[in-house]
Design a binder for this molecule. Structure first.
Ligand code: NAD
Length: 279
């Protein structure tokens, strides 16, 4: 069978990212090698992990075992909150690279802004240096609001390549997306399926499109992200669902179907609020 070619998006620094990937939040460390190996066999080439997930070693072992050339992979990891600051951040990326068994990642993100500590601009400057040193090809942020992004843009030389934020039909972040588009920042959707925390798949706009195209509700929601120009990496431990979530290039939602799902926005988070919830 011919391998599916996932579309790529060109970032504002000229690097390309596969628009569909595989996320490993809450994948147990002992299971990570097997699960990421399955994902690579299914065809995923973009893996999203983080230091705080505790599973970078497993991701690294799966990469090493796969024999896939490094340049065909896109690996993202994230700087944990405790490691923000000009002093700590450089050793944090070194430790992540060590655990992953890589000499560079493709994308390194500040995981949360932690505005209460006010270290994210200083941390961003350190990230600029990591990129210059070749430890990461691109740099970005996660869970940043418009205000946090604006400060980074005003007080540094680099516009983040991406902002990875909670984004699914009930929380579609339209103001943030408009700002990001104006600034050339690509949005990555975390919790793209709502983390299974509300009945997204039962909503008529999703269920009816699934019926019409003969696909699952999850496939419809992933298509909605892709057709909205978002970068997405759903998580599952099940190989069948991995294959299903990857099999989203054989159908297209109509404009009416996309618009109907757009209208499901309720401003409803399922995860933490970066302005309020600090950890
Ligand atoms: P998600 O929306 O991808 O939901 C995962 C849930 O959906 C799992 O319970 C899974 O069983 C279910 N699911 C997956 N495929 C399915 C299918 N085909 N049919 C039915 N159910 C299915 O949530 P997530 O894992 O939180 O988000 C994806 C990735 O985003 C994470 O793995 C991680 O890489 C990233 N993330 C980042 C942050 C951040 O702060 N930057 C926070 C959370 C997640």
């Amino acid at each position: 069978m011919e391998r599916v070619t996932v579309p790529t998006i060109e970032l504002n620094d000229g690097n390309s990212i596969p628009q569909l990937g595989f996320g490993v939040f809450r994948v147990e460390p002992v299971e990570t090698e097997r699960i990421v190996s399955d994902a690579l066999e299914v065809g995923y080439r973009h893996i999203d992990t983080a230091a705080v997930y505790g599973n970078e070693e497993g991701v690294g072992r799966a990469i090493a075992a796969s024999g896939i050339p490094r340049e065909e992979l896109f690996i993202t990891t994230k700087l944990w909150n405790a490691d923000q600051g000009a002093e700590s951040a450089p050793s944090a990326i070194d430790a992540s690279l060590e655990r992953l068994g890589l000499d560079h990642v493709d994308l390194y993100l500040i995981h949360w802004p932690r505005p209460d500590r006010d270290l994210y601009v200083e941390t961003w400057r350190a990230m600029e240096q990591m990129k210059a040193d070749g430890k990461t090809r691109s740099i970005g942020v996660s869970n940043f609001t418009v205000d946090h992004l604006q400060r980074v843009i005003d007080e540094s030389d680099t516009v983040p390549a991406v902002n990875q934020v909670e984004l699914h039909p009930a929380f579609s972040q339209s103001a943030l997306r408009t700002f990001a588009r104006q600034q050339g920042i690509h949005i990555e959707s975390w919790g793209p399926l709502g983390q299974g925390k509300y009945d997204l798949f039962g909503m008529p706009a999703v269920a009816e499109a699934a019926e019409a195209h003969g696909v699952s509700p999850a496939q419809v929601v992933i298509r909605w992200h892709l057709q909205n120009g978002l970068i997405v990496f759903p998580k599952t431990n099940s190989r069948d669902r991995m294959a299903q979530n990857f099999d989203v290039f054989g159908f297209e939602l109509s404009d009416d179907e996309v618009n109907a799902i757009d209208r499901l926005d309720e401003g409803k988070r399922v995860g933490a609020d970066p302005e309020v919830d600090f950890f």
